[in-house]
Ligand binder design. Structure first.
Ligand SMILES: [Fe+2]
Length: 285
């Protein structure tokens, strides 16, 4: 088993393990501690079955079923099969901004209990582009001047299923669907429930406003945060190989997709999300 950093910003790759068989206890401990240290692990693997992928994900937490039932695997509903291929020219966004996937986000932040981590496992990859890109919001928080840290630490942000700030808006929903997803407040600076480290908790497609600020002032601050956290020095772009399993930490990373891949080429992943705690701005004992 070898662990090698993937970039200066975040992430490490793990080579030499076979995920079709149970791992040894010391291998599991090493994977878990490296996940917390690097925020993202790329486990180099052969393609796994949904059941094998579920078992691997379960080493890190509790996988749960997603809302879109049509994507569920028929035997393991906690695993979704995502087909992001463009079958026709019209299905490809005219510009990346038209796709919600290309915006920088942390998964499901409109929920009271957002998933602590996401796992993606590639089964088919296009010949170019299609990278999943990540930025380290713990590092970008640490680099802020103390005065700014102090100011941001006391702030809360409203996360909404839909916001006028989103670069691409979600499809229209029924009143029932809207009622199911009320706005939720999260701390702007989140304390990681396992490491105790602080990170900026921001989602370009969901963070609507800062509680207590006028819209103009709130927009200005959120724009500054967006610009700060997405600088090159905090970023790693992952070029997918078939079989890669990526697990990333939604508590201290944001991610986006380079959606400019060729029409007619398959891009297929298995995905699962791991249950998370309510984001907190305070250290827990
Ligand atoms: Fe995502």
């Amino acid at each position: 088993m070898k662990i090698k950093p993937l970039s200066d910003a975040l992430g490490a790759e793990v080579i030499g393990l076979n995920y079709t068989k149970p791992l040894k206890p010391h291998e599991i401990t090493t994977l878990k501690s490296n996940f917390l240290d690097y925020h993202l692990l790329c486990l180099r693997s052969k393609p796994l079955t949904p059941k094998q992928f579920y078992q691997l994900a379960s080493l890190f937490g509790t996988p749960f079923t997603e809302t879109s039932r049509f994507q569920w695997d028929e035997n393991v509903p906690q695993i979704s099969r995502l087909d992001s291929s463009y079958k026709t020219k019209d299905s490809k966004p005219k510009t990346p901004k038209d796709s919600r996937l290309s915006g920088w986000h942390t998964d499901h932040s409109f929920k009271k209990f957002p998933p602590k981590a996401t796992l993606l496992h590639s089964h088919q990859v296009p010949s170019k582009a299609g990278q999943t890109r990540f930025c380290n919001t713990e590092k970008s928080y640490q680099d802020l001047p103390e005065k700014i840290k102090l100011r941001l630490n006391g702030l809360k942000a409203v996360h909404s299923y839909d916001t006028i700030r989103a670069p691409a808006r979600p499809p229209q929903r029924t009143p029932e669907e809207i009622a199911e997803t009320p706005d939720i407040e999260h701390p702007l600076v989140r304390v990681h429930d396992e490491t105790g480290n602080r990170a900026l908790y921001f989602n370009a497609g969901r963070t609507d406003r800062i509680v207590g600020l006028e819209r103009k002032e709130s927009d200005l601050l959120l724009d500054e945060i967006h610009e700060h956290i997405t600088q090159k020095k905090y970023r790693y772009d992952h070029n997918w190989s078939v079989g890669d399993v990526i697990i990333w930490d939604n508590r201290c990373l944001v991610h986006s997709v380079n959606v400019d891949y060729p029409v007619g080429e398959s891009r297929i992943h298995l995905r699962t999300l791991l249950k998370g705690k309510r984001p907190s701005g305070q250290k827990q004992n």
